[in-house]
Design a protein around this ligand. Structure first.
Ligand code: NIG
Ligand code: FE
Length: 428
Protein backbone atom coordinates (compact mmCIF):
# COMPACT_ATOMS: atom_id res chain seq x y z
CA UNK A 1 0.00 0.00 0.00
CA UNK A 2 2.78 2.35 0.86
CA UNK A 3 4.18 1.55 -2.50
CA UNK A 4 0.83 2.49 -4.03
CA UNK A 5 0.67 5.75 -2.07
CA UNK A 6 4.20 6.79 -3.00
CA UNK A 7 3.51 5.92 -6.57
CA UNK A 8 0.60 8.35 -6.68
CA UNK A 9 2.44 11.08 -4.80
CA UNK A 10 5.23 10.67 -7.32
CA UNK A 11 2.78 10.86 -10.21
CA UNK A 12 1.51 14.14 -8.78
CA UNK A 13 4.96 15.63 -8.58
CA UNK A 14 6.24 14.98 -12.05
CA UNK A 15 3.57 16.95 -13.86
CA UNK A 16 2.79 20.32 -12.26
CA UNK A 17 0.64 22.72 -14.33
CA UNK A 18 0.86 21.15 -17.71
CA UNK A 19 -0.84 21.84 -20.99
CA UNK A 20 -0.87 18.64 -22.99
CA UNK A 21 -2.10 18.34 -26.55
CA UNK A 22 -3.21 15.01 -27.99
CA UNK A 23 -3.18 14.98 -31.79
CA UNK A 24 -4.21 12.65 -34.61
CA UNK A 25 -7.03 11.02 -32.66
CA UNK A 26 -8.79 8.71 -35.12
CA UNK A 27 -12.11 9.30 -33.34
CA UNK A 28 -12.84 11.35 -30.22
CA UNK A 29 -15.86 9.73 -28.62
CA UNK A 30 -18.68 11.19 -26.50
CA UNK A 31 -17.97 14.85 -27.26
CA UNK A 32 -20.36 17.49 -25.97
CA UNK A 33 -20.55 21.24 -26.38
CA UNK A 34 -23.31 21.74 -23.85
CA UNK A 35 -23.20 19.18 -21.08
CA UNK A 36 -26.26 16.96 -20.79
CA UNK A 37 -27.48 15.59 -17.47
CA UNK A 38 -28.23 12.13 -18.84
CA UNK A 39 -29.25 10.39 -22.06
CA UNK A 40 -32.59 8.59 -22.35
CA UNK A 41 -34.58 6.36 -24.68
CA UNK A 42 -33.93 6.69 -28.41
CA UNK A 43 -31.22 9.28 -27.88
CA UNK A 44 -29.07 6.57 -26.35
CA UNK A 45 -28.65 5.16 -29.86
CA UNK A 46 -26.46 8.06 -30.89
CA UNK A 47 -22.97 8.71 -29.68
CA UNK A 48 -21.50 12.05 -30.71
CA UNK A 49 -17.92 11.77 -32.02
CA UNK A 50 -15.36 13.78 -33.96
CA UNK A 51 -13.13 12.06 -36.50
CA UNK A 52 -9.47 13.01 -36.93
CA UNK A 53 -9.44 15.16 -33.81
CA UNK A 54 -7.27 16.84 -31.20
CA UNK A 55 -7.76 17.19 -27.46
CA UNK A 56 -6.12 19.81 -25.25
CA UNK A 57 -5.95 19.41 -21.49
CA UNK A 58 -4.53 21.71 -18.84
CA UNK A 59 -3.61 19.99 -15.60
CA UNK A 60 -6.69 17.93 -14.76
CA UNK A 61 -9.21 19.77 -16.96
CA UNK A 62 -10.29 19.49 -20.60
CA UNK A 63 -9.48 22.84 -22.23
CA UNK A 64 -10.45 22.31 -25.83
CA UNK A 65 -11.05 19.76 -28.57
CA UNK A 66 -11.86 19.82 -32.25
CA UNK A 67 -10.94 18.55 -35.67
CA UNK A 68 -7.26 18.43 -36.61
CA UNK A 69 -7.91 20.74 -39.57
CA UNK A 70 -9.01 23.46 -37.15
CA UNK A 71 -6.02 23.12 -34.86
CA UNK A 72 -4.30 26.49 -34.43
CA UNK A 73 -0.68 26.85 -33.36
CA UNK A 74 -0.84 26.30 -29.64
CA UNK A 75 1.73 26.78 -26.93
CA UNK A 76 1.81 23.54 -24.96
CA UNK A 77 4.16 21.79 -22.60
CA UNK A 78 3.88 18.54 -24.48
CA UNK A 79 2.26 17.09 -27.54
CA UNK A 80 1.30 13.45 -27.76
CA UNK A 81 0.67 11.95 -31.17
CA UNK A 82 -1.82 9.16 -30.55
CA UNK A 83 -1.27 7.92 -34.12
CA UNK A 84 -4.76 6.94 -35.11
CA UNK A 85 -5.95 5.54 -31.80
CA UNK A 86 -9.28 6.58 -30.30
CA UNK A 87 -10.08 8.52 -27.13
CA UNK A 88 -13.19 8.13 -25.03
CA UNK A 89 -14.19 9.27 -21.52
CA UNK A 90 -13.04 7.01 -18.69
CA UNK A 91 -15.75 4.67 -17.40
CA UNK A 92 -18.01 5.87 -14.59
CA UNK A 93 -18.80 2.85 -12.39
CA UNK A 94 -21.75 3.94 -10.24
CA UNK A 95 -22.24 0.77 -8.15
CA UNK A 96 -19.53 -1.19 -6.33
CA UNK A 97 -18.64 -2.78 -3.02
CA UNK A 98 -14.86 -2.59 -3.61
CA UNK A 99 -13.91 -2.27 0.05
CA UNK A 100 -14.08 -5.84 1.35
CA UNK A 101 -11.83 -8.27 3.19
CA UNK A 102 -10.53 -11.51 1.72
CA UNK A 103 -12.65 -13.34 -0.82
CA UNK A 104 -15.49 -15.87 -1.09
CA UNK A 105 -13.83 -18.40 -3.34
CA UNK A 106 -15.31 -21.27 -1.34
CA UNK A 107 -18.82 -20.08 -2.24
CA UNK A 108 -17.79 -20.05 -5.90
CA UNK A 109 -16.99 -23.75 -5.57
CA UNK A 110 -20.21 -24.37 -3.59
CA UNK A 111 -22.20 -22.84 -6.43
CA UNK A 112 -20.37 -24.95 -9.01
CA UNK A 113 -21.43 -27.93 -6.93
CA UNK A 114 -25.08 -26.93 -7.10
CA UNK A 115 -25.92 -24.55 -4.24
CA UNK A 116 -27.60 -21.28 -5.15
CA UNK A 117 -26.54 -17.79 -3.98
CA UNK A 118 -29.68 -17.67 -1.78
CA UNK A 119 -28.99 -21.11 -0.25
CA UNK A 120 -25.41 -20.13 0.59
CA UNK A 121 -26.66 -16.93 2.25
CA UNK A 122 -29.24 -18.90 4.29
CA UNK A 123 -26.46 -21.17 5.60
CA UNK A 124 -24.60 -18.18 7.04
CA UNK A 125 -22.42 -17.55 4.00
CA UNK A 126 -22.86 -14.60 1.67
CA UNK A 127 -22.82 -11.10 3.13
CA UNK A 128 -22.50 -12.45 6.71
CA UNK A 129 -19.36 -14.31 5.66
CA UNK A 130 -17.81 -11.11 4.28
CA UNK A 131 -18.90 -9.18 7.40
CA UNK A 132 -17.14 -11.62 9.72
CA UNK A 133 -13.95 -11.30 7.67
CA UNK A 134 -14.15 -7.53 7.58
CA UNK A 135 -14.82 -7.20 11.30
CA UNK A 136 -11.63 -9.17 11.95
CA UNK A 137 -9.48 -7.16 9.54
CA UNK A 138 -7.62 -4.02 10.64
CA UNK A 139 -8.36 -0.71 8.94
CA UNK A 140 -4.86 -0.64 7.50
CA UNK A 141 -5.11 -4.12 6.04
CA UNK A 142 -8.57 -3.37 4.64
CA UNK A 143 -7.14 -0.24 3.02
CA UNK A 144 -4.25 -2.21 1.50
CA UNK A 145 -6.51 -4.86 0.01
CA UNK A 146 -8.93 -2.27 -1.37
CA UNK A 147 -6.18 -0.01 -2.77
CA UNK A 148 -5.04 -2.88 -4.98
CA UNK A 149 -8.53 -3.11 -6.44
CA UNK A 150 -8.57 0.64 -7.09
CA UNK A 151 -5.33 0.37 -9.05
CA UNK A 152 -6.79 -2.61 -10.93
CA UNK A 153 -9.94 -0.73 -12.03
CA UNK A 154 -8.04 2.43 -12.98
CA UNK A 155 -5.92 0.35 -15.34
CA UNK A 156 -9.16 -1.04 -16.78
CA UNK A 157 -10.28 2.48 -17.61
CA UNK A 158 -12.44 3.48 -14.66
CA UNK A 159 -12.08 7.14 -13.66
CA UNK A 160 -14.94 7.46 -11.16
CA UNK A 161 -16.46 4.91 -8.84
CA UNK A 162 -19.12 4.68 -6.15
CA UNK A 163 -18.26 2.47 -3.19
CA UNK A 164 -20.73 1.18 -0.61
CA UNK A 165 -20.29 0.20 3.01
CA UNK A 166 -22.41 -2.74 4.15
CA UNK A 167 -19.96 -5.46 5.13
CA UNK A 168 -19.60 -3.98 8.61
CA UNK A 169 -23.02 -4.83 10.04
CA UNK A 170 -22.02 -3.04 13.24
CA UNK A 171 -21.15 0.58 13.96
CA UNK A 172 -17.42 0.12 14.40
CA UNK A 173 -16.92 -1.95 11.26
CA UNK A 174 -19.15 0.30 9.15
CA UNK A 175 -17.12 3.33 10.23
CA UNK A 176 -13.93 1.41 9.42
CA UNK A 177 -15.19 0.69 5.89
CA UNK A 178 -16.29 4.25 5.29
CA UNK A 179 -13.01 5.68 6.56
CA UNK A 180 -11.17 3.41 4.15
CA UNK A 181 -13.36 4.71 1.31
CA UNK A 182 -12.54 8.28 2.35
CA UNK A 183 -8.81 7.56 2.46
CA UNK A 184 -8.89 5.92 -0.98
CA UNK A 185 -10.55 9.03 -2.35
CA UNK A 186 -7.82 11.18 -0.83
CA UNK A 187 -4.95 9.03 -2.09
CA UNK A 188 -6.02 8.15 -5.64
CA UNK A 189 -6.92 10.31 -8.64
CA UNK A 190 -10.11 8.35 -9.33
CA UNK A 191 -13.20 10.23 -8.09
CA UNK A 192 -14.90 8.22 -5.35
CA UNK A 193 -18.42 8.63 -3.98
CA UNK A 194 -19.36 6.91 -0.71
CA UNK A 195 -22.67 5.24 0.07
CA UNK A 196 -23.84 4.11 3.51
CA UNK A 197 -25.39 0.64 3.14
CA UNK A 198 -26.04 -0.07 6.82
CA UNK A 199 -28.96 -2.36 5.97
CA UNK A 200 -27.26 -4.88 3.70
CA UNK A 201 -28.15 -8.04 5.65
CA UNK A 202 -29.46 -8.93 9.09
CA UNK A 203 -26.54 -9.77 11.44
CA UNK A 204 -26.97 -13.07 13.30
CA UNK A 205 -27.29 -11.31 16.70
CA UNK A 206 -30.50 -9.74 15.39
CA UNK A 207 -31.85 -12.76 13.57
CA UNK A 208 -35.22 -12.67 15.36
CA UNK A 209 -35.31 -8.94 15.82
CA UNK A 210 -35.06 -7.11 12.55
CA UNK A 211 -36.78 -4.04 13.97
CA UNK A 212 -34.08 -3.64 16.62
CA UNK A 213 -31.39 -3.77 13.94
CA UNK A 214 -33.15 -1.17 11.80
CA UNK A 215 -33.46 1.04 14.89
CA UNK A 216 -29.75 0.54 15.51
CA UNK A 217 -28.92 1.62 11.96
CA UNK A 218 -31.21 4.64 12.26
CA UNK A 219 -30.37 5.74 15.81
CA UNK A 220 -26.71 4.78 16.16
CA UNK A 221 -25.06 4.29 12.80
CA UNK A 222 -26.63 7.09 10.73
CA UNK A 223 -25.77 9.90 13.19
CA UNK A 224 -22.14 8.75 13.49
CA UNK A 225 -21.66 8.24 9.76
CA UNK A 226 -23.05 11.65 8.91
CA UNK A 227 -21.28 13.39 11.80
CA UNK A 228 -17.96 12.37 10.23
CA UNK A 229 -19.28 13.23 6.77
CA UNK A 230 -18.47 9.75 5.54
CA UNK A 231 -21.29 9.25 3.01
CA UNK A 232 -23.39 11.17 0.54
CA UNK A 233 -25.83 8.41 -0.37
CA UNK A 234 -27.88 5.82 1.51
CA UNK A 235 -28.53 2.33 0.17
CA UNK A 236 -30.72 -0.56 1.36
CA UNK A 237 -30.86 -4.14 0.09
CA UNK A 238 -34.62 -4.08 -0.56
CA UNK A 239 -35.27 -7.77 -1.18
CA UNK A 240 -37.36 -10.69 0.07
CA UNK A 241 -35.52 -12.21 3.03
CA UNK A 242 -33.45 -9.02 3.56
CA UNK A 243 -35.28 -5.69 3.97
CA UNK A 244 -38.92 -5.18 2.98
CA UNK A 245 -40.36 -2.11 1.26
CA UNK A 246 -41.62 -0.95 4.68
CA UNK A 247 -38.15 -1.37 6.22
CA UNK A 248 -36.61 0.44 3.26
CA UNK A 249 -39.05 3.30 3.66
CA UNK A 250 -38.10 3.73 7.29
CA UNK A 251 -34.39 3.74 6.42
CA UNK A 252 -34.74 6.18 3.52
CA UNK A 253 -36.89 8.47 5.67
CA UNK A 254 -34.17 8.51 8.33
CA UNK A 255 -31.45 9.03 5.71
CA UNK A 256 -33.37 11.99 4.32
CA UNK A 257 -33.26 13.72 7.72
CA UNK A 258 -29.48 13.57 7.54
CA UNK A 259 -29.38 14.73 3.92
CA UNK A 260 -28.45 11.37 2.39
CA UNK A 261 -29.79 10.73 -1.13
CA UNK A 262 -31.03 7.18 -1.82
CA UNK A 263 -29.41 4.74 -4.28
CA UNK A 264 -31.01 1.38 -3.63
CA UNK A 265 -30.66 -2.33 -4.43
CA UNK A 266 -34.04 -3.41 -5.82
CA UNK A 267 -35.64 -6.15 -7.95
CA UNK A 268 -32.60 -8.46 -7.93
CA UNK A 269 -34.34 -11.72 -7.05
CA UNK A 270 -37.94 -10.57 -6.48
CA UNK A 271 -39.97 -7.51 -7.51
CA UNK A 272 -41.59 -6.06 -4.40
CA UNK A 273 -42.41 -2.40 -5.15
CA UNK A 274 -38.97 -1.09 -4.22
CA UNK A 275 -38.64 0.77 -7.54
CA UNK A 276 -41.78 2.78 -6.87
CA UNK A 277 -40.54 3.57 -3.37
CA UNK A 278 -37.20 4.70 -4.74
CA UNK A 279 -38.91 7.09 -7.14
CA UNK A 280 -41.14 8.37 -4.33
CA UNK A 281 -38.02 9.14 -2.26
CA UNK A 282 -36.26 10.76 -5.25
CA UNK A 283 -33.57 8.11 -5.37
CA UNK A 284 -30.65 9.10 -7.58
CA UNK A 285 -30.64 5.54 -8.87
CA UNK A 286 -32.37 2.18 -8.51
CA UNK A 287 -29.95 -0.66 -9.14
CA UNK A 288 -30.03 -4.33 -10.23
CA UNK A 289 -33.54 -4.53 -11.78
CA UNK A 290 -33.06 -8.08 -13.06
CA UNK A 291 -36.84 -8.37 -12.72
CA UNK A 292 -38.88 -5.50 -14.12
CA UNK A 293 -42.68 -5.54 -14.13
CA UNK A 294 -44.64 -3.10 -16.26
CA UNK A 295 -45.56 -1.11 -13.16
CA UNK A 296 -41.87 -0.72 -12.28
CA UNK A 297 -41.19 0.75 -15.72
CA UNK A 298 -44.24 3.02 -15.39
CA UNK A 299 -43.15 4.37 -12.03
CA UNK A 300 -39.76 5.44 -13.45
CA UNK A 301 -41.31 7.48 -16.26
CA UNK A 302 -41.02 11.22 -15.69
CA UNK A 303 -38.74 10.72 -12.67
CA UNK A 304 -35.12 11.79 -12.20
CA UNK A 305 -34.16 8.34 -10.94
CA UNK A 306 -31.56 6.50 -13.03
CA UNK A 307 -32.14 2.75 -13.55
CA UNK A 308 -28.79 0.92 -13.25
CA UNK A 309 -28.07 -2.54 -14.69
CA UNK A 310 -25.26 -4.80 -13.44
CA UNK A 311 -24.80 -7.43 -16.16
CA UNK A 312 -21.63 -9.01 -14.78
CA UNK A 313 -23.62 -9.88 -11.63
CA UNK A 314 -26.22 -11.64 -13.82
CA UNK A 315 -23.41 -13.40 -15.66
CA UNK A 316 -21.67 -14.56 -12.51
CA UNK A 317 -24.80 -15.75 -10.66
CA UNK A 318 -26.58 -17.03 -13.79
CA UNK A 319 -29.65 -14.96 -13.00
CA UNK A 320 -31.75 -13.01 -15.53
CA UNK A 321 -30.28 -9.91 -17.17
CA UNK A 322 -31.94 -6.53 -16.62
CA UNK A 323 -34.40 -6.05 -19.52
CA UNK A 324 -32.51 -3.14 -21.06
CA UNK A 325 -34.58 -3.11 -24.25
CA UNK A 326 -37.82 -2.81 -22.30
CA UNK A 327 -36.35 0.04 -20.23
CA UNK A 328 -34.75 2.03 -23.05
CA UNK A 329 -37.61 1.43 -25.49
CA UNK A 330 -39.96 2.88 -22.88
CA UNK A 331 -38.02 6.14 -23.24
CA UNK A 332 -36.06 5.74 -20.00
CA UNK A 333 -32.32 6.19 -19.47
CA UNK A 334 -30.10 3.33 -18.32
CA UNK A 335 -26.67 3.23 -16.68
CA UNK A 336 -24.27 0.27 -16.51
CA UNK A 337 -22.04 -0.54 -13.53
CA UNK A 338 -19.98 -3.48 -12.30
CA UNK A 339 -21.28 -4.24 -8.76
CA UNK A 340 -17.69 -5.32 -7.92
CA UNK A 341 -18.04 -7.32 -4.68
CA UNK A 342 -16.72 -10.61 -3.28
CA UNK A 343 -19.99 -12.57 -3.54
CA UNK A 344 -22.06 -11.83 -6.60
CA UNK A 345 -19.49 -10.08 -8.87
CA UNK A 346 -15.79 -10.45 -8.08
CA UNK A 347 -14.85 -8.29 -11.06
CA UNK A 348 -14.59 -4.55 -11.66
CA UNK A 349 -14.11 -4.68 -15.41
CA UNK A 350 -16.34 -2.10 -17.14
CA UNK A 351 -15.09 -3.33 -20.53
CA UNK A 352 -16.61 -6.71 -19.79
CA UNK A 353 -19.78 -4.98 -18.56
CA UNK A 354 -20.36 -3.15 -21.83
CA UNK A 355 -19.64 -6.29 -23.87
CA UNK A 356 -22.08 -8.28 -21.78
CA UNK A 357 -24.68 -5.53 -22.10
CA UNK A 358 -24.41 -5.74 -25.89
CA UNK A 359 -24.27 -9.53 -26.06
CA UNK A 360 -26.86 -10.47 -23.44
CA UNK A 361 -29.04 -7.39 -23.09
CA UNK A 362 -29.12 -6.43 -26.78
CA UNK A 363 -27.83 -2.92 -26.20
CA UNK A 364 -26.03 -1.33 -29.13
CA UNK A 365 -22.40 -0.22 -28.62
CA UNK A 366 -23.65 3.40 -28.61
CA UNK A 367 -26.21 2.66 -25.90
CA UNK A 368 -23.69 0.73 -23.82
CA UNK A 369 -21.04 3.47 -24.02
CA UNK A 370 -23.60 6.16 -23.13
CA UNK A 371 -24.74 4.00 -20.21
CA UNK A 372 -21.17 3.48 -18.93
CA UNK A 373 -20.06 7.11 -19.22
CA UNK A 374 -22.51 10.01 -18.94
CA UNK A 375 -25.39 8.03 -17.40
CA UNK A 376 -23.01 6.40 -14.92
CA UNK A 377 -21.74 9.85 -13.98
CA UNK A 378 -25.35 10.99 -13.41
CA UNK A 379 -25.95 8.00 -11.12
CA UNK A 380 -23.17 9.36 -8.87
CA UNK A 381 -24.17 13.04 -9.14
CA UNK A 382 -21.03 13.69 -11.20
CA UNK A 383 -22.52 14.54 -14.61
CA UNK A 384 -21.33 18.16 -14.40
CA UNK A 385 -17.69 17.20 -14.13
CA UNK A 386 -17.38 13.72 -15.68
CA UNK A 387 -18.80 11.30 -18.24
CA UNK A 388 -18.03 13.09 -21.50
CA UNK A 389 -15.36 14.99 -23.44
CA UNK A 390 -16.53 18.52 -22.72
CA UNK A 391 -14.66 21.78 -22.03
CA UNK A 392 -14.29 22.29 -18.30
CA UNK A 393 -14.88 18.65 -17.39
CA UNK A 394 -12.19 16.57 -15.78
CA UNK A 395 -9.49 15.11 -18.02
CA UNK A 396 -10.43 11.46 -17.39
CA UNK A 397 -10.11 9.40 -20.56
CA UNK A 398 -9.02 6.19 -22.21
CA UNK A 399 -6.71 5.99 -25.21
CA UNK A 400 -7.63 2.81 -27.06
CA UNK A 401 -5.38 0.41 -28.90
CA UNK A 402 -5.52 0.64 -32.67
CA UNK A 403 -9.08 -0.47 -33.36
CA UNK A 404 -11.23 -0.22 -36.48
CA UNK A 405 -14.23 1.37 -34.73
CA UNK A 406 -15.53 2.01 -31.21
CA UNK A 407 -17.89 -0.93 -31.66
CA UNK A 408 -14.77 -3.09 -31.48
CA UNK A 409 -14.56 -2.36 -27.73
CA UNK A 410 -17.66 -4.43 -26.83
CA UNK A 411 -17.14 -6.76 -29.80
CA UNK A 412 -13.75 -8.02 -28.63
CA UNK A 413 -15.14 -9.19 -25.29
CA UNK A 414 -12.64 -10.19 -22.63
CA UNK A 415 -9.85 -8.18 -24.30
CA UNK A 416 -9.77 -4.63 -22.99
CA UNK A 417 -8.84 -2.45 -25.99
CA UNK A 418 -7.03 0.00 -23.74
CA UNK A 419 -3.60 1.41 -24.48
CA UNK A 420 -3.41 4.13 -21.82
CA UNK A 421 -5.64 5.65 -19.16
CA UNK A 422 -5.52 9.29 -18.02
CA UNK A 423 -7.22 10.26 -14.79
CA UNK A 424 -7.26 13.89 -13.69
CA UNK A 425 -4.87 14.53 -16.56
CA UNK A 426 -2.30 12.06 -15.29
CA UNK A 427 -1.23 8.92 -17.06
CA UNK A 428 -1.98 5.85 -14.97
O1 NIG B 1 -25.18 -6.11 -5.19
N1 NIG B 1 -27.34 -7.73 -3.52
C1 NIG B 1 -26.74 -7.30 -2.55
N2 NIG B 1 -25.46 -6.98 -2.46
C2 NIG B 1 -24.44 -7.35 -3.38
C3 NIG B 1 -23.86 -8.68 -3.14
C4 NIG B 1 -23.41 -8.84 -1.78
C5 NIG B 1 -22.60 -10.08 -1.55
O2 NIG B 1 -22.95 -11.18 -1.97
O3 NIG B 1 -21.57 -9.91 -0.88
C6 NIG B 1 -24.93 -7.23 -4.80
O4 NIG B 1 -25.06 -8.22 -5.53
FE1 FE C 1 -24.52 -4.29 -5.16
Amino acid sequence: SNFINYWYIWLNKISPEMRTLFINIKELIQVENTPKKMISGNEMKSLPTLKNAFLLIEDDVIQNFGEMKNLKNLVTDSTIDVCGKMILPAWCDSHTHIVFAGNREQEFIDRINGLTYEEIAKNGGGILNSAKKLQNTSEEELYNQSAKRIVEIMKLGTGAVEIKSGYGLNLEAELKMLRVIKKLNENFPVTIKATFLGAHALPSEYINNKEAFINHVVNNMLPEVTKENLAEFIDVFCETGYFSVEDTKKLLEAGKKYGLVPKIHVNQFTAIDGVELGVEYKALSVDHLELMRDEDIESLKGSRTMPVALPSCSFYLSIPYTPARKIIDAGLPLALATDYNPGSTPSGNMNFVISTACIKMKMTPEEAINAATINGAYAMGLENILGSICKGKKANFIITKEIPSYGFIPYSFGNPQIDEVFIEGKKI
